[in-house]
Design a protein around this ligand. Structure first.
Ligand code: SF4
Length: 460
């Protein structure tokens, strides 16, 4: 039996499901596997040296950057280990990874291919990597499409992971509680052009059985969680499933709060569900607003307009649910005036505390395989692929926007912790870049109570 080591690098401050699920799948098959979350633990020298297979979870761009560094450390202590990258960003960046640091990559529903890879490698000499194909596993010799299939999900195995008190917490009204993280579905029904889910799932999504999700919630509540984040790409792709889960969660744990991510279109379409979600414990919703320019929203194929964004605010407010809008403020199509209008929109709707400054610095990522690359005018704005940074470059036609992005990113890291001061600093930068002064703000309406949030800000 070979030894498998799973590594996760960064997952927005929550306990990585990208470790807990493969741990459960592989252990169910009787495979020898351990896991380390490098966001909290030092690089495991001894385990890496012993491992025959090191599999690195890369569900997001930041995780991939850190994952490559981890793989380089593995190569130093154990040059013979098979290194596999799995998750969304692995498949998108497979050419770069397979040309250097990786022996294989897995995209889509990765647990079954990972188990297949362990089986194949367990054959030792009997496994010929040049000619033998493990379904769902891409190597330099064998191309495989992402594994898009309905899996039989066991309950995630969280026993080896750091305790919940080491991860991001839920914070509201001056107090905090431990936060758990589950997923009730994978993939997405929608095909927003800039989204990394799209090249992998292409409009498909899979529901995780409610009993499995509830068992995972139960074990995290037993570990101290007082709040649960549903981290599905979009919780309301399956509204009946979402409601069933929320009702069951509340029936068993009436004091538990939760949050979920859903798109503007779904909030409008399922507006009648929100008062019940609130009664069941929903505290806030993350929603990808992206831009206050209809031109940019159409380009991203978001399926909503600025008027729709206006319409969802009272739906959520009347239900008593807070919103955390997320943004892609820097795209090749966003002008300086668009950026300033977005700031004014946020301020006018008293959403300053709902938008962490890092959100105002997000620059559109165009990874290999992105649906944005299929647009007919791509040659007009796209630069070369920066493979080592996993994105195509796209210098903005207005160089002030590139400068502004860098300066806002600096502020997000080094600026004031006070959301109003930080926001005002971004306004000053943007207006001054445009040769203007920010408009004076009425002092009396400035300060609002802080909305509920997690202590780790969302970005990608
Ligand atoms: S709705 Fe969200 S997850 Fe789905 S394709 Fe659009 S951006 Fe991606």
């Amino acid at each position: 039996m070979i030894q498998t080591l799973l590594l996760a690098c960064y997952e927005l401050g929550h306990q990585p499901l990208s470790l807990a699920w493969p741990l459960a799948f592989l252990r169910e098959e009787g495979m020898a596997v351990t896991a380390v979350d490098l966001s909290l633990s030092p690089f495991p020298q001894a385990a890496a040296k012993e491992a025959d297979l090191v599999a690195i979870a890369v569900p997001m761009h930041t995780a991939l950057r850190l994952g490559v560094q981890a793989a380089e450390q593995v190569r130093v202590v154990n040059p013979a280990a098979h290194i596999c990258f799995y998750g969304m960003y692995a498949w998108l960046n497979r050419d770069y990874l397979l040309a250097g640091i990786a022996d294989s990559v897995i995209g889509g529903e990765y647990e079954e291919p990972l188990a297949g890879l362990v089986e194949g490698l367990s054959e030792g000499e009997g496994f010929d990597k040049f000619s033998q194909q493990v379904p769902g596993v891409t190597t330099a010799y064998q191309e495989s499409i992402p594994h898009i299939a309905r899996l039989q999900f066991p309950v995630p195995d969280r026993r080896d992971l750091p305790a919940l008190d080491q991860y991001a917490r839920y914070m509201h009204n001056g107090s905090t509680k431990l936060a758990g993280y589950v997923e009730a579905s994978r993939g997405c029904l929608h095909t927003c052009r800039h989204c990394p889910v799209v090249p992998v799932y292409n409009g498909r999504f899979f529901i995780i059985p409610a009993a499995t999700v509830l068992a995972d919630i139960r074990q995290q509540v037993a570990a101290g969680a007082g709040h649960i984040s549903f981290g599905d790409p979009d919780f309301l792709n399956g509204p009946g499933h979402a409601l069933k889960l929320a009702r069951a969660l509340h029936a068993e744990f009436p004091g538990l709060t939760f949050d979920f991510t859903t798109k503007v279109e779904h909030i409008l379409k399922h507006r009648d569900l929100f008062p019940e979600f609130r009664r069941l414990g929903c505290s806030f919703v993350i929603s990808a607003f992206e831009s206050t320019s209809d031109r940019v929203l159409a380009r991203l194929q978001k399926g909503h307009t600025v008027a729709d964004m206006e319409a969802v605010l009272p739906i959520l407010a009347n239900a008593g649910i807070h919103v955390q809008p997320t943004w892609v403020p820097f795209t090749p199509w966003t002008t300086l005036n668009d950026y300033i209008e977005m700031l004014a929109w946020i301020r006018a709707r008293s959403l300053i505390q709902h938008v962490p400054i890092v959100q105002l610095s997000v620059r559109l990522l165009v990874p290999p395989q992105s649906a944005l690359l299929n647009h007919p005018d791509v040659a007009d704005w796209l630069g070369p692929l920066d493979a080592a940074n996993f994105t195509y470059l796209w210098p903005h036609a207005d160089e002030r926007m590139d400068r502004l992005q860098q300066e806002v990113a600096y502020l997000a890291e080094h600026g004031s912790d006070d959301p109003y001061e930080a926001f005002a600093a971004v306004e000053k930068l943007a207006y001054e870049m445009d040769g203007r002064s920010p408009p004076p703000q009425p002092l009396l309406t400035l300060y609002q109570p802080a909305p509920p949030r997690l202590t780790e800000d969302w970005f990608c």
